[in-house]
Design a protein around this ligand. Structure first.
Ligand code: SF4
Length: 381
């Protein structure tokens, strides 16, 4: 079987080239052709020896998933649906802004965490993506955009692992993919501009700090364990205090001096002024009195199966005001690509439900969030 060279970080490619009897610098050349120039055809890699190109032609290929669809929003956001085989598809979304181009990419087909406000979570888990399938989203988008915009320089300046899936539950494929993004011979992105977003897989936060510390975003969504366990079932395994302690430890390795805490604003569930005050109190227990986190309030994108609604704007503002007045840097996320369903939690709506999670969860609706009542059992932990 031919090796897919998109599966390798530069060390992996050097090892592969060594297996072909080639020196490490050949791997660097090859890596630059693939990632910096977007070339998949070995015969076009003219500064590689003909003997190496011939060996590569029989032993390797550069294979990205095919694009099933592409949708462009009036605001410039572009969403691609990639076919990863077996009826599974994953999405990547490009979000252009004046000072940056951000690509949001997926790490799994489906997701096992089963967050209540996330349409991916409602579809169940199918499988982990390979490193090649993660990297391919960036490889394709970067070189597509360069061609499309007539640019020879980098278009994508930031990558956020906030698409489908929990990246830290696909750790073995994630880390080489991050290394490709960070490599000067690859995309040359700074660690500050690559963000892993997690629902709170505490042991893997520790490992990421040691192996490949990039910017970290944590889905918090509630100030207490009782409510968070209902919204993010993984909280039953890794409760708020453990998670925030892990964040605090991560700061010593993080490329930024803060962790982003994501908070999805759900009408009548987690959006009261009292809950904002509770959140301020909880966060003050960490960081030794220093500012250590930034809050990102995300207006919820309702979908019928969730049984949830987005908080009204004035309630979001009131929540933000409590946080800001307490000295917490707080932003309210702008929703982008609404006309193409590219917003958070709306990715890959056509992906098949392979684990029947939706069926199992439907018996638990309508979801009632009662303070003091026992937490609902979660999806697979
Ligand atoms: S929010 Fe993230 S972790 Fe939670 S179900 Fe959705 S994709 Fe999975």
């Amino acid at each position: 079987m031919r090796a897919n060279l998109l599966d390798f970080d530069i060390e992996g490619l050097a090892a592969f080239c060594a297996g072909l009897g080639e020196k490490p610098f050949r791997a660097t050349q090859l890596f630059r052709w693939i990632h910096q120039r977007g070339e998949a055809d070995f015969s076009a890699m003219t500064d590689l020896a003909k003997s190496l190109r011939d060996k590569l032609a029989v032993s390797a290929h550069v294979a990205a998933p095919s694009v099933l669809s592409q949708h462009a929003s009036v605001d410039g956001t572009i969403k691609w649906l990639f076919d990863v085989g077996g009826g599974d598809a994953v999405e990547a979304v490009f979000i252009p802004e004046t000072d940056r181009g951000t690509l949001c990419i997926s790490s799994q087909a489906g997701c096992a965490v089963g967050c209540r406000f996330c349409s991916t979570g409602h579809q169940g888990f199918s499988r982990n993506l390979s490193t090649a399938e993660i990297v391919s989203q960036l490889w394709f988008a970067e070189h597509f955009l360069r061609k499309h915009l007539g640019r020879s320089t980098r278009v994508i300046s930031n990558v956020v692992m906030m698409g489908m899936g929990e990246p830290l539950q696909n750790y073995a494929a994630l880390v080489p993919a991050l290394r490709v993004m960070l490599s000067d011979h690859g995309y040359g992105l700074s660690r500050r501009r690559v963000t892993v977003s997690t629902s709170g897989v505490v042991p893997m936060i520790e490992r990421l700090a040691a192996d490949c510390p990039v910017a970290l975003a944590v889905s918090l969504h509630a100030p207490d364990d009782h409510l968070r366990s209902q919204l993010v079932p993984l909280n039953l395994k890794y409760p708020v205090a453990e998670l925030l302690s892990a964040c605090e430890r991560y700061l010593a390795h993080a490329p930024r001096d803060f962790i982003t805490l994501e908070y999805c604003m759900l009408d009548g569930v987690n959006d009261s002024v009292e809950q904002a005050r509770q959140l301020v109190d909880v966060l003050a227990r960490y960081g030794d009195g220093k500012s250590w986190c930034k809050l990102n309030l995300i207006p919820f994108n309702p979908f019928p199966a969730s049984g949830l609604l987005c908080s009204p704007p004035q309630r979001v503002q009131a929540f933000a005001q409590v946080l800001t007045e307490a000295g917490l840097t707080t932003t309210i996320r702008k929703t982008r690509g609404q006309d193409i369903d590219a917003a958070c939690g709306q990715l890959a709506g056509d992906v098949m439900d392979r684990t029947r999670v939706q069926e199992r969860m439907s018996g638990q609706r309508p979801v009632k969030f009662v303070r003091g009542a026992p937490a609902l059992a979660g999806a697979a932990l």
